[in-house]
Design a protein around this ligand. Structure first.
Ligand code: FUB
Length: 334
């Protein structure tokens, strides 16, 4: 695409970047104490060539963003955690999330260890903006990428995670790594995301992670070949009118989709698309209620002129119909 085409797309975008002085992606948004906090990846150009494993996503630290209300000024609170401060991590600080419990804030993040495998770590602060102090080791039994933490109404917290291809989920079965494993064939059930309840201290899993099933309208598991609907990465969980809404990215087909269920573990039944493809290869989001309205936080690569690993976080309102279906957003007007 030419510069002129990006300028035209920018004008048609339904929202603009929340910050432009740094590149940010994978926004996980929460309201803590009446303020909106966004926990994004901090994109940089690490000078690593593009490949299917996503090695060019060479992020090294995290910044926390916040705002008073939708449309308000966005504050960048600076570096909240750096890879050099995490004893077990070597590189690739990918999509994070955070939770509040009591007076403490818990920041969950994936990173690669020196052996090249992703794990998920947790770091703690008494402020929602950090700095966060990492635990010396990754969460025991964690693997893959894209942690998303969900607090249910009964006060239990759950960590959702996983992502195929560069996220390495295809190398695991029943929580065990085997380099021989690959994605299932097109006619086999797709790999699901993974969930585990967190221990009361929020620092470890309270149980063995279990795979979530996403079903089609007939109650059959989505197949690995169903690339426009199957799970790829970017788990998110929210609750609306008593129902559990699990949303995710379809990766190589570039949609944000959702599926609903009756409990945090699923199964979830596929319902439809939340967001049509954005500029850039990846798409990753969160959903958060602010003052009685619901917002999708997402990213695109318009600001960098389409560089897939230099993204910008954005937000836009989403609406439900009377049946609780989310109306699909088009990120650029026709
Ligand atoms: O930001 C790096 C990776 O790109 C994330 O972990 C994925 O969800 C994708 O957005």
């Amino acid at each position: 695409m030419s510069d002129n085409e990006y300028t035209a797309l920018k004008a048609r975008a339904i929202s603009q970047p929340l910050v432009e002085h740094i590149y940010t992606a994978d926004p996980s948004a929460h309201v803590f104490n009446g303020r909106i906090y966004i926990y994004p990846s901090h994109d940089i150009d690490a000078g690593i060539p593009f490949n299917d494993n996503g090695d060019h996503f060479g992020m090294q630290d995290y910044h926390v963003l916040s705002m008073d209300n939708p449309g308000g000024e966005t504050t960048d609170h600076g570096v909240a955690l750096h890879v050099n401060d995490v004893p077990w991590a070597e590189r690739q600080m990918w999509a994070p999330d955070a939770a509040r419990k009591g007076e403490q804030y818990y920041f969950y993040f994936p990173a690669k260890k020196a052996d090249g495998l992703f794990q998920i770590g947790v770091a703690v602060s008494d402020s929602p903006t950090g700095p966060f102090v990492p635990q010396p080791e990754a969460i025991q039994g964690s693997y893959s990428i894209d942690p998303a933490v969900f607090e249910d109404e009964d006060g239990q917290y759950y960590l959702y995670f996983g992502g195929i291809w560069g996220g390495q989920l295809q190398k695991y079965r029943n929580n065990q790594f085997d380099d021989q494993h690959e994605e299932p064939t097109a006619q086999e059930p797709a790999l699901g995301p993974v969930v585990a309840k967190l221990r009361d201290d929020m620092l470890e899993f309270a149980e063995a992670p279990q795979q979530i099933r996403i079903l089609d309208e007939q109650g059959n598991p989505l197949l690995a070949g169903d690339t426009e609907r199957r799970f790829f990465e970017a788990s998110w969980m929210h609750k609306y009118q008593g129902k559990y809404y699990f949303s995710y990215s379809t990766g190589d087909s570039h949609f944000i989709c959702y599926a609903t269920g009756d409990n945090p573990y699923g199964p979830f039944t596929y319902q439809g698309r939340i967001l049509e493809p954005v500029v850039g290869w990846t798409t990753h989001h969160s959903i958060c209620e602010v003052g009685g309205k619901w917002y999708l936080f997402y990213h695109d690569s318009i600001l960098s002129g389409g560089v897939t690993h230099l993204r910008s976080v954005k937000m836009a309102e989403i609406r439900y119909d009377e049946q609780g279906r989310i109306q699909t957003l088009k990120p650029y007007l026709d």
